[in-house]
Design a protein around this ligand. Structure first.
Ligand code: COA
Length: 241
């Protein structure tokens, strides 16, 4: 498969692997990486041969967050604040993709890197993974990452992470409902492959429509969510051969 400078792209059957590829910088997200990842995600989401997307990181970290040196001569927090529109657009894209996404996390997942993992539908992490949101500690509002986290884990836990700014380990992340599974570092990719393959083996429409339903009904009152379930059930009936 093709690769860009900062994202390696490959297929394994119906699973598309997008690997952040700036290991020397712990896959910190500069503008190039977020642009290339965004383009790769759009392409994967439009490709009917792709049932599942896996996002992982090359090297010893998943992603150390926004690249704090990514600006022509600006101070770090100013650089991040300046790119807020692009960041939000990227995070909006992440949570509106139709394709189920799995994050495979090792080492650090910080700030925008943690948000990237939180935007995925399933997260598998190694037992030595570290999660955290250092934005406020760095003097920036956690404006890009807060909405996704609050939606995912609720106000109390999100406040603790976003405002105390203390990194947490995988066990605590599991308790907070941020991740689904903890595995040994050496098993990360085999376990991720197995999970991705399990999803890819299911009926494509059943999988995608269920993701759509989960995503949309999370923000609805229960009666409306049940109505949506009915609509999606009928839609699925139309897809039956
Ligand atoms: N932006 C730019 N470069 C980063 C980075 C980031 N967010 N995170 C790590 N790097 C770079 C380091 O500058 C270093 O590059 P160098 O070797 O050219 O000097 C390389 O990645 C390795 O990082 P290093 O700090 O040496 O590794 P470590 O294991 O000692 O520490 C961290 C790891 C994640 C604790 C530390 O790198 C860190 O605090 N990074 C910043 C995290 C952050 O604040 N993210 C922004 C959220 S808004």
């Amino acid at each position: 498969m093709s690769s860009t400078t900062t994202v390696s792209i490959r297929n394994e059957g119906k699973v598309r692997y997008l690997t952040l590829n700036r290991p020397d910088k712990l896959n910190a997200m500069n503008q190039q990486l977020s642009n290339e990842l965004s383009v790769a995600l759009t392409a994967a989401d439009r490709d009917r041969e792709v049932s599942v997307i896996v996002i992982n990181g090359e090297g010893r970290a998943f992603c150390a967050g926004a690249d704090l040196s990514d600006s022509a001569g600006k101070g770090s927090s100013l650089a991040v604040a300046d790119s807020i529109d692009e960041s939000i657009a990227f995070y909006q894209q992440l949570v509106t993709l139709d394709t189920p996404m799995i994050a495979a996390v090792q080492g650090y997942a910080l700030g925008g890197g943690c948000n990237l993992a939180m935007s995925c539908d399933l997260v598998i992490a190694t037992d030595d993974a570290t999660f955290g949101y250092p934005e406020v500690k760095l003097g920036m509002p956690a404006s890009g990452v807060s909405p996704t986290l609050v939606h995912q884990i609720g106000r109390k836990a999100a406040f603790e992470l976003l405002v105390l700014c203390e990194n947490i380990n995988a066990t605590k992340a599991l308790q907070f409902g941020m991740i689904n599974r903890i595995v040994a570092a050496e098993d990360l990719m085999t376990q991720t492959q197995a999970m991705a393959q399990q999803l890819a083996n299911y009926n494509h429409n059943a999988l995608w429509l269920t993701k759509q339903l989960i995503r949309r009904c999370a923000d609805m009152a229960l009666p409306d969510a049940l109505e949506l379930g009915k609509d999606i059930g009928l839609k699925a009936k139309m897809y039956q051969p």
